[in-house]
Design a protein around this ligand. Sequence first.
Ligand code: HEC
Length: 138
Amino acid sequence: MKKTLCFILLTLTLLNAKEFNAPMKTYMDTLSAEAKAANPSFTGFDAKRGETLFFSKQTGKKGSEMSCTTCHTINLKNGGQNVNTNKPITALAPSANPARLTDVAEVEKWLRRNFNDVFAREGSALEKGDVLTYIINQ
Ligand code: HEC
């Protein structure tokens, strides 16, 4: 009985999970291989870890407290604002903005910049994969 329930819940979760397009899948596979090389016990990206990362407060490259939500807000379905330039940012959630997470070059460029803004360093393959897994499901 418990097993059946688990199975149903797992199926629902999988059905609910959003898909990356083919180039983004290849990118995610590359991140996955890097994460595995860095840590042999790596078993897959985790949206929950990605969410924690997205909301975590860090000392940014300018020495002030920053998180991903500083510019993207705590609701990814809403637009945000670039606190460095005051320019508006459209929603990060693919459910609200289907163009998101569709262009590998764009994603790589902004993850490099944004990790630097927030963590004052580049993100690891694990961190990038986790946070993209979180965002794709928003
Ligand atoms: C200083 C402001 C700022 C912070 C902090 C920030 N971002 Fe961004 N982010 C931007 C801007 C500006 C863009 C590009 C403009 C746009 O796409 O609307 C962007 C774009 C992105 C994209 C590209 C999405 C796509 O496919 O178009 C991703 C992914 C992203 N950010 C993730 C993050 C993550 C993860 C963090 C935390 C580590 C973060 N951002 C923190 C400003 C920020």
